[in-house]
Design a binder for this molecule. Structure first.
Ligand code: NAD
Length: 698
């Protein structure tokens, strides 16, 4: 029976059920059925006095088998397994190590007692998939740990370490030494004591303050905006407080079903898989040999270089940072230290950890110190001349096989690679600002980039705490190239009759953290202004000039938040934006100068004009092979640009919420209204519509 999902064995009068479904003992149909059968068999066996349920290998049941979601139920249901444990006439002990998450922890809640290894972590993370614990977790956790704790734990979905779990009665004991031996000993002890068969369902729910649930709901209002699951979780806890157990379970089932069929959860489940898929490169097999990365080098210790260096230090990889002057070096290192010290002040690091991390970052002015680096990332000024200088030097000093990466946001990675005699070793690593915080990494594959370099950089990205994607060389890569489309239309809409606050509200209400004009005020309007001034021609790439309003605003020194004014005024202590009549005047004057009669905009039109061009650009990106799959684009937008995860990403949203035909037809409508070739649907979009297919089918 060694290939069975549940192994049965005995240690004297204790029956042992070992979950055997590597790698993480996911709750498959076979596991559920095996567990249910095992409990019944031991319950019926007069030689057995108590039962231990434990995970084989490195973990207890790490969670549900989420690939079973949406499929017709097979085998014994988890509810029945838990009921079998709970109703078992002999004490059942769950022994937890590794992670007991989601359905795994709910299974353990069926046991009468729980013992955990000191390193075990438990949790109910269903919220991350837009769901709630649907096998009694919402009714049992409040009975063990109190309503307040249950709310926080289920809405955050966080992992709870064993010690904390013990303090919250989620586990009854922490094991010393071998977990199975400790669990068997615990089971014997319970039998010897004649300990009661403690069913969690029979315990009362603890509620600290009568307004706790209401207060909690208020406290998450901002963070949970647009999501469905946190609100349904709150309702389940309310039910646990108000209703008898069986009625609470009924409520849990209803609220779970509501989420399971919701578009929000479908989007979040898509995203969950997308993030994992995005790390895989279609033509670079998983077994591609990788280069060893033991040390790193960073060129430039400015905004980006400093943040990138911190990522290496945080991962324990020593890194050398090079600057052009002692002053710049000192300034950069000072910012890094200040960042760490701020984290320490907030309790995120100890003073020792700050010093350990600082010790991993070695400042230098000499390229000689980079001779041994396994990977060197350039983050200097964004001009081709400076990049040329840096890559020529790197080519001369870097050891053979070193990976040479550029953090350019807009320059041609192929051209940069050609400044070296080893273009196969050159790749783009496009970090986002602040580089020590933002998780997204667009790794940019050049024409010559070799596969082992790609494989190494994709896995290095994960090591330094990033979510990697792979994109091709094109203007703006994937994220900024699509963002530009939204920027173009937002600018035109101001000229045609909309105001910044109206556009921003529509984008905020869609679920972004802020709209395009607030974002521009935050990033600094002067950045784009200087770039536009550098360009002689005002008309580019068939796109009508977009800078009339933005230029006029910058001419008044309204660079954004940093000057207290931009598209908005910022004189409140919390820096909230206040609409500015002066800006309204500038906008109206611009319309007049351009001979445009201002008109009213509906929210729907604003949304369509902001987002559909992004989808259209995404189609072009896919057609050109600049992203591997539609899901990579979704990962980039959710992670780097604040696209709400409960809307899956722009391509998933177009596929599943709007429908490609609706996007296509709207593009045609705007093309005909404006006569602007900007709106021409991408050939790929046209083709998919004709064939009634989705981006996800590519
Ligand atoms: P920055 O001006 O803050 O920093 C650049 C640093 O490079 C400065 O400290 C400068 O002294 C140093 N430097 C300049 N020439 C050098 C040389 N020859 N050798 C060594 N050091 C040199 O700029 P940043 O915002 O950090 O941008 C750096 C790169 O990252 C650019 O290519 C930029 O396009 C890209 N990038 C920036 C962002 C962002 O949001 N700031 C985002 C993604 C990518």
């Amino acid at each position: 029976m060694s290939d069975a999902a549940i192994l049965r064995s005995t240690d004297g009068e204790v029956g042992i059920l070992t979950v055997n479904n590597p790698p993480v003992n996911a709750l498959s149909a076979a596991v559920r059925t095996g567990l249910g059968d095992g409990i019944k068999a031991f319950a019926a066996d007069p030689a057995i006095k108590a039962i231990v349920v434990i995970g084989g290998g490195r973990t207890f049941i790490a969670g549900a088998d989420i690939r079973e979601f949406g499929k017709p139920p097979a085998g014994t249901s988890l509810h029945d397994v838990i009921a079998a444990m709970e109703d078992c006439p002999k004490p059942v002990v769950a022994a937890l190590h590794g992670t007991a998450l989601g359905g795994g922890l709910e299974t353990a809640f069926g046991a009468h007692y729980r013992i955990a290894g000191p390193q075990a972590r438990v949790g109910l993370p269903e919220v991350h998939l837009g769901l709630l614990p649907g096998a009694g977790g919402t009714q049992r956790l409040p009975r063990l740990a109190g309503a307040e704790f249950a709310l926080e734990a289920m809405v955050s979905g966080r992992h709870i370490p064993a010690k904390e779990a013990l303090s919250k009665n989620i586990v009854d004991k922490i094991a010393d030494g071998d977990l199975l031996a400790a669990a068997v000993a615990y089971a014997r002890e319970l039998v010897a004591q004649g300990a009661p068969l403690r069913r969690i369902r029979d315990l009362p729910v603890k509620l600290g303050s009568p307004t706790a649930i209401e207060d909690f709901a208020k406290s998450i209002a901002r963070k949970a905006r647009g999501f469905k699951a946190p609100w349904n979780i709150i309702k389940t806890v309310q039910a646990a407080v108000d209703l008898p157990f069986d009625e609470g379970m009924k409520r849990e089932r209803e609220l779970f079903a509501e989420l399971l069929t919701s578009s929000e959860s479908a989007a979040q489940r898509h995203y969950f898989f997308a993030e994992r898929e995005a790390a895989k490169v279609l033509d670079v097999p998983a077994d591609t040999p990788q280069r060893e990365i033991k040390t790193g080098g960073i060129i430039g210790c400015g905004t980006m270089g400093g943040g990138i260096a911190m990522n290496f230090a945080n991962a324990g990889i020593p890194v050398t940072v090079l600057e052009t002057s002692q002053e710049a070096l000192d300034r950069g290192m000072k910012v890094i230290r200040a960042n760490y010290e701020n984290t320490a002040k907030r309790g995120g690091l100890t003073a020792d950890q700050v010093e350990q991390r600082m010790a991993l970052i070695k400042p230098t002015l000499s390229y000689d110190d980079l001779k041994d680096a396994d990977v060197i990332i350039e983050a200097v000024f964004e001009t081709m001349e400076v990049k040329e200088g840096v890559f020529t030097k790197l080519d001369a000093i870097a050891k053979p096989g070193a990976i040479l990466a550029t953090n350019t946001s807009g320059l041609d990675v192929n051209q940069i690679a050609n400044y070296t005699k080893r273009p196969g070793d050159v790749i783009g690593m496009h970090f986002f600002s602040p580089a020590n915080v933002m998780k997204l990494l667009e790794n940019v594959r050049g024409k010559a980039t070799s596969k082992d370099v790609i494989a190494t950089v994709m896995s290095l990205s994960k090591k330094i705490g990033k979510i990697p994607t792979l994109v091709g060389v094109c203007e703006g890569f994937v994220g900024n190239r699509m963002l530009r489309q939204r920027g173009v239309q937002s600018a035109y809409m101001l000229e045609e009759g909309a105001l910044p606050q109206q556009v921003d509200k529509v984008i905020f209400d869609f679920g972004f953290p802020m709209g395009p004009f607030q974002m521009s005020d935050l990033a600094g309007n002067d950045v784009g202004w200087r770039i536009r001034q550098g360009k002689k021609e005002k008309e580019q790439r068939n796109v009508r000039y977009t800078g009339y309003v933005a230029d006029a605003i910058c001419e008044l020194g309204r660079f954004g938040q940093k000057t207290g004014a931009g598209y908005y005024k910022y004189n409140l202590p919390d820096r909230s934006p206040i609409p500015a009549p002066e800006v309204e005047k500038i906008i109206e004057e611009t319309s007049k100068k351009l001979g445009i009669t201002r008109r009213a905009f509906s929210d729907q039109e604003i949304l369509e004009r902001c987002l559909y061009p992004m989808v259209n650009e995404g189609a072009k990106i896919l057609e050109e092979g600049m992203a591997q799959r539609a899901l990579d684009i979704d990962v980039i937008w959710v992670n780097g640009y604040g696209w709400p995860v409960y809307r899956g990403g722009p391509m998933w949203w177009a596929d599943n919420v709007v429908g490609l035909k609706a996007v296509h037809d709207a593009l045609l409508k705007y093309r005909d209204m404006s006569g602007d070739p900007f709106w021409e649907p991408a050939p790929l979009l046209k083709k998919l519509v004709q064939e009634n297919r989705k981006f996800s089918s590519l």
